[in-house]
Design a protein around this ligand. Structure first.
Ligand code: FAD
Ligand code: SIN
Length: 537
């Protein structure tokens, strides 16, 4: 039995929930999400949302900082519209009940909200809720969405593949998706007038990541399989400071600590960032992550140290309650001890190419949030511009779809066919391939790359993909198998992008081409059946 709706939204982070909420004002929405509704990168966001909110700050400054971080690849039109829409999106979140920290000194030419400072920003402009901003934003959005009678939320429902149909001999049009109910193992057909991918990032493609388990790049992989254009996948952002502790899984130490004066030190206690960049600890993220990688390789140490012990303990506890209490669980009192940190995969700057409203290159298919490549981030995302982009593009996509014709009948589509599949008794194949893939991405396609290592990675990924495909066709699909298939595709796309870029720029640094080349300031594009290349070449 098929489920029909106006809009199918895949994903329940800031992008998917914001879109669903706005679209539900004029249409019926089905939102599928592969685990619990609040499980998304969004929930783990710490620092906050960047927007020009202080009277001393300007749109021009936020635009300039975004362009500088983006290292020559940002699309200026997109940067302009995101920055200018920022304050409005923050207000919209407040209107549905998101509570951001208030300023201690409002009215004196300052914003009503308290604002964090983060790396690459020339002013305080990051609205936050303590150091758990994502949790608050996710809570407010989810409550609003669950209260809307026109949104049906299906938890533990994982989109497997998009459904595309040829229409009147023209290009394939997206008509919805096949969706696995993880609890019952049944696959449903969901038909929609527009399908909106809001599936987030793919940190799980790397061995070490700040991302939760849901971040397996499913949207990018699904869109690629159907022939959508994918851009700039080589620009995977590594956050400089993830907690380094054997028992800690994926815990981020926010850049906002450095905004308040925390200093990175090597094992000798030396504050090393000054010798890497004039902005020292507040340099753009790619530079800080590479500097840490350099210091660790030079000394052979397993981590570096982030030191905020110069600040008053009460200030640290009040400003960073989540980080303070999480670190205490591992015996680290950040008010008195430096924090052991390492870089970890954090954010996918590339993704599914979209226009200014979120349309992909497949009619009927839209992409918003981290899974999309809108042109905002270029070769390196500025801190806290991601939640901003998710909110801005969700709003733009909903507005663009407002006038969609809702009277036409939806097409007939065959049901998912699993007749040739059997139950697998070899789950170990999945875990083995999963570990191998993530480790090889970390070792061969990490912060510092080389052509030799990329070629080695490409060969291994191709072999793993063959094994995964064979397994995929013979056995019933499970969430683990589907995620493995998707991270293998994303790994391939990252390597494809990295091999096509013969220069170092932003987050892509290769020892074989260590300088940037102005002639190559173009997006990389990858499409099924077309060799990866720089746009326009
Ligand atoms: P997500 O929030 O990741 O949501 C994706 C959703 O899609 C999830 O619900 C997932 O379950 C679902 N999904 C995925 N695949 C499928 C499928 N096949 N079927 C069904 N559902 C699926 N950015 C900032 O701007 N400021 C910050 O302070 C900040 N801090 C961060 C801290 C951490 C620890 C992390 C990990 C990220 C941080 N980021 C921050 C980045 C930011 O949180 C994310 O980029 C942003 O939340 C992405 O939102 P999204 O809606 O695009 O995706
Ligand atoms: C952080 O708080 O350091 C994360 C901010 C971001 O990823 O934008």
């Amino acid at each position: 039995m098929a489920i029909s709706c106006d809009f199918l939204v895949i994903g329940s982070g800031i992008a998917g929930l914001s879109f669903a909420l706005e679209a539900s004002k004029f249409a019926d929405v089905v939102l599928v999400t592969k685990r619990g509704a609040d499980e998304a990168n969004t929930k783990y966001a710490q620092g906050g949302i960047a927007a020009v909110l202080d009277h001393g700050d300007t749109f021009e400054a936020h635009i300039a900082d975004t362009l500088t971080a983006g290292a020559g690849l940002c699309h200026e039109r997109v940067v302009d519209l995101c920055v200018k829409d920022g304050p409005g999106r923050i207000r919209a979140l407040q209107e549905i009940g998101a509570r951001f920290d208030k300023s201690h000194q409002p009215g004196e030419g300052h914003a009503d909200l308290d604002l964090h400072l983060e790396g690459g920003h020339s002013a305080r402009r990051v609205a936050h809720a303590g150091d758990m901003t994502g949790r608050e934003v996710e809570r407010a959005l989810l409550e609003a969405v669950l209260g809307s009678p026109r949104v049906r939320v299906l938890e533990d429902h994982m989109a497997i593949d998009l459904i595309t149909l040829e229409k009147y001999g023209g290009p394939e049009v997206c008509a919805g998706a096949y969706v696995l109910d993880a609890a019952g193992g049944k696959v449903s057909t969901v038909l929609a007038r527009a399908t909106v991918l809001a599936t987030g990032g793919a940190g799980k493609v790397y061995l070490y990541t700040t991302n939760p388990d849901v971040a397996t790049g499913d949207g990018v992989a699904m869109a690629y399989r159907k022939g959508a254009e994918i851009a700039n996948m080589e620009f995977y952002q590594f956050h400089p400071t993830c907690l380094y502790h054997p028992q800690a899984k994926n815990f981020l130490i926010s850049e906002a600590l450095r905004g308040e004066g925390a200093i990175l030190r090597n094992t000798d206690g030396h504050a090393f960032m000054r010798s890497h960049h004039p902005q020292a600890d507040l340099a753009p993220r790619d530079i800080v992550a590479r500097a840490i990688d350099f210091e660790m390789k030079k000394s052979g140490a397993d981590c570096v140290w982030l030191d905020i012990t110069d600040k008053k303990p009460a200030f640290v506890r009040e400003r960073f309650p989540g980080i303070h209490s999480e670190c205490l669980k591992y015996g680290i009192d950040i008010t008195h001890q430096p924090i052991p940190v390492v870089p970890a995969a954090h954010y996918m700057c590339g993704g599914i190419s979209t226009d200014l409203e979120g349309r992909t290159t497949i009619p009927g298919l839209w992409a918003i949030g981290e899974c999309a490549a809108t042109g905002l981030h270029g070769a390196n995302r500025l801190a806290s511009n991601s939640l901003l982009e998710g909110a801005v593009f969700a709003h733009r996509a909903a507005e663009a779809l407002r006038g969609i014709d809702r009277t036409k009948a939806l097409p007939e589509v065959p049901d998912w066919d699993a007749s040739a599949a059997a139950s697998s008794d070899e789950a170990v194949v999945i875990s083995q391939n999963w570990d191998e893939l993530r480790r090889l991405m970390w070792n061969y396609v990490g912060i510092v790359r080389s052509t030799r290592r990329l070629k080695r990675a490409a060969r291994r990924i191709a072999m793993l993909q063959e094994e995964i495909l064979e397994y995929y066709w013979n056995y019933f699909v499970t969430r683990d198998l589907l995620e493995l298939r998707n991270i293998a595709t994303v790994a391939q796309l990252i390597v494809d992008g990295a091999m096509s870029r013969r220069e170092s720029r932003g987050l892509h640094f290769t020892i074989d081409y260590p300088e940037h080349d102005d002639r190559l300031a173009r997006d990389t594009v990858v499409k099924r059946g077309v060799a990866p290349h720089l746009r326009g070449t």
